[in-house]
Ligand binder design. Sequence first.
Ligand SMILES: *Cc1c(COP(=O)(O)O)cnc(C)c1O
Length: 424
Amino acid sequence: MKLINIKHPSEEVSFSEAVLQGLGRDQGLFFPLCFEPLDDVEGLLQEEFVQRSVAVLKHLVGDEVSEATMHRMVSSAFNFPIQAPALDERIRALELFHGPSLAFKDFGARFMANCVSEFHDGGPMTILTATSGDTGAAVAHAYFGQPGINVVILYPRGRISPLQEKLFCTLGGNVHTIAVDSDFDTCQQLVKQSFEDPELKQGLGLNSANSINIARLLAQVCYYFEAGAVVADIGNTAFCVPSGNFGNVTAGLIARTIGLAYKRIIAATNVNDTVPRFLESGHWDPNPTVTTITNAMDISLPNNFPRVLELGERHGLPLEKLLTSLSLDDNETREAMRALYARGYLADPHTALAWAALERSLVEDEGGVFLCTAHPAKFLEVIEETLGIEMPLPPELEAVKDKKVLSSTISGDFESLKRELVSG
Ligand SMILES: *Cc1c(COP(=O)(O)O)cnc(C)c1O
């Protein structure tokens, strides 16, 4: 697989280089130079999930990784189930939160961690990543205890749910967590800045685990094919994806590019609506980030959006036909949680928001799949307060809820981070 830096297309790297470097020159994102269509999508859809995912990822990555190695990396990464219950005749939930950190990010983080271990030459390595809540836990669990690899995770202090925090800030060992007195966009900016700093980049062997790492995106392509395998008529199906950094939507569009012929895809956002406004007006005009109950999507500078545009521009995907985006506020999200609960489906706020956007957007005879990105228990406080119920904790959360948070706290400037990194 050849990838280019979107900002400097003359910078060309292999898959392993892209995985290990994370970002290209001037913080440019790596993206495949071209995509080949899959030969036999129908046949693939008959296979079971891991086998099919090996085939899809092998197709995407090419000769750099052998079939046997890919099988080993995929089967140990995707070692938990996907469930896809039908809500009614038209709509299906695609539950991606049955992994160790209870969010869909386990797919990308676990596959990426396996790629990094496979390609890593043994020198010092620090995985530096920013999280709006769920990436941190997925990445921390994916790398926890891996020899020779340090993990540093930045998150906006007080802006992730307490249980989200417990899930990754209580591990210790090779996982170091830093609460930043600012918002997620600042955390993301600090990560990018660290990569520009030669002392940090070389000294610590920095690598990124954000959705900017191409391995994560490719892994996420696989579950769109799983949806293709369970719905009756993929050609008439619309996906709805609760979106923040737009990695999930990018993965869905890659699936389309290589041959999963679904009808269209809807990116649902909260009031941090840079993309819906952009698609409407053609102007890229981010507002300051607002805190919402769907905090994993409190992002007004979505990192992956240049890749979405690249799929339109360089890869010929008809985005105007395929991609729409709409935004819902907290009231509408709570309304959706109540409506779903009344139908017997308990959804976390992000998932509920996607369902409501899908309901609003579906036309007469279309079928729809909404992506369920987190387990409801990760957002216990919002659920209990919105639905007036008490919710039992799953074992993954029961085990950490009384543990001490081990994070250090810094202000949102680069010097504070650098001091922390160098001393840590
Ligand atoms: C990360 C996350 C999202 C947003 O996904 P992107 O790929 O960043 O658009 C949505 N919901 C939950 C629960 C998340 O953790």
